[in-house]
Design a protein around this ligand. Sequence first.
Ligand SMILES: [Fe+2]
Length: 299
Amino acid sequence: MELTNRNVWETYLQNNYLPFFMRDVQEFEYNDFKTIVETDQERTNKLIVDALEGDIFILKNVVSQEKATAIKNKIYQSSKDTEASEFIPEDTTIPNYHARSFGGKYKDGYDEIAHAYYYYRWNPDDMGVFEIVNEAWNLMKIFNGLGVDGLKNNVPSDKVIDRIQVLHYPINAGEITTHTDAARWQITNFGINLTEQGIDFNNGGFYCLDRDENEFELESYVKTGDGIFWSPSIFHGVKTPTGFDEADWNKEEGRWQLIAHAIQSRCMEDRRPSVSYAKFKQDPVKVKQEFMFKEFING
Ligand SMILES: [Fe+2]
């Protein structure tokens, strides 16, 4: 089954680029999606092509609201016990850590303002972040044709590593501007929302660019404990969560999301970092070609 899923991806990518703009939204109960992937190959094949055509998938009730809130509280609490660090290059089996990004680090209109927490498989799962996402992440690995254990034992010298990133966008402060991420190995990113619009903040949150290159607001589709998966080559960003209070990085308020993904380590020669929408517009075909990693895949 896994081989078949991989074949569907690879056959598509022989003649097409990864998607850069969103086509449509599809919504499933998590358990229904799981049943499809486990029992209905024909439907699964179609969903894989839909993902590659730019569909965004919402999975309702991946974990309970209580579990999602509990892990958020636990991570927030941990930020008080350990100092925020500088960003650590992923070139060896580094420890789990957290760091704050205040913006202004990048060029070409790409900016990130968030408190990020990083967790790696080679470290003990003290916080239980892998435990919370593993079952669904396993399903994503099967869907993505990697096999249930695909990439799991990788370390930075293998060039592609699994990582959990928990992002806290502080109220009235956090944001990530519109960008595209290289995603050749895992194809889809998978995120679980730990907060929701209308409760933890008023407006703002996740959006993608649709085929008319307009921002399509997705945050209101995803409640606490729901999941979302999409090819992160599709232009996306996070608008500042608004409301309630003054911006205060020491408070828990704002938007929280747990993202499970496979990323390039610092050992990847010729890494392809995220590209801003403004930079993409200068030469779209160049970015589309670079994101295929043809030489890496064939090697
Ligand atoms: Fe991204």
